[in-house]
Design a protein around this ligand. Structure first.
Ligand SMILES: CC(C)(COP(=O)(O)OP(=O)(O)OC[C@H]1O[C@@H](n2cnc3c(N)ncnc32)[C@H](O)[C@@H]1OP(=O)(O)O)[C@@H](O)C(=O)NCCC(=O)NCCS
Length: 150
């Protein structure tokens, strides 16, 4: 996961393997994994915070992140989560375009929140998506999917 994140996070600082392992042992955190990407989420108190999302550069624009977010919405609905939240660097246009395509809306801004790989600072844009209860619904058992939680 750390190697994939290192390839995908071009401007953002990627997490180390230890960062990922430590996060996944924290309460309420889990990873949704796909052969070419993953998502890490913390679901607590009715909110799901997307802590990381990455698709391998060779597999981008093929719906990998879309399938991960769809799976997250399905799982979140089962946990009575009504809102997804995340922070994204303001200069990260691919990610901002991705989240906009999923209906996420800006709800805040944290100035100078990120230090990028090159040492420069960037603002964090806070995004939110309301989940209608029942939006996800149960996964059809017969429908093949290479997205699974772990
Ligand atoms: C953001 C990211 C996860 C998107 O993953 P992906 O698997 O390529 O996304 P999808 O294929 O599901 O894209 C779905 C839609 O999002 C939008 N989108 C995704 N990448 C985009 C890009 N580079 N430019 C413009 N729109 C984009 C498009 O509307 C796309 O639909 P389309 O391909 O039919 O036009 C991926 O670019 C990535 O890993 N980036 C680096 C890590 C990162 O920034 N993570 C987010 C941190 S908060």
């Amino acid at each position: 996961m750390a190697a994939l994140m290192d390839r995908a996070y071009v401007e953002m600082r990627p997490w180390s393997a230890k960062d990922i392992a430590d996060t996944l042992t924290a309460r309420h955190c889990q990873a949704l994994c796909h052969a070419h990407g993953f998502l890490i989420v913390q679901m607590v108190a009715g909110e799901g915070e997307i802590l990381a999302l990455a698709t391998d550069p060779d597999a981008q624009r093929q719906g990998v992140a879309s399938s991960l977010v769809s799976e997250l919405i399905r799982i979140a609905t089962g946990h009575n989560v009504s809102r997804l939240l995340l922070e994204v660097a303001s200069q990260n246009q691919p990610a901002r375009a991705f989240y906009a395509s999923k209906g996420f809306a800006q709800v805040g801004l944290r100035r100078g929140y990120y230090t990028l790989r090159d040492g420069t600072k960037d603002d964090a844009v806070l995004l939110s998506l309301a989940i209608a209860q029942g939006q996800g619904g149960p996964a059809p058992v017969s429908q093949g999917s290479d997205t699974k939680s772990g």
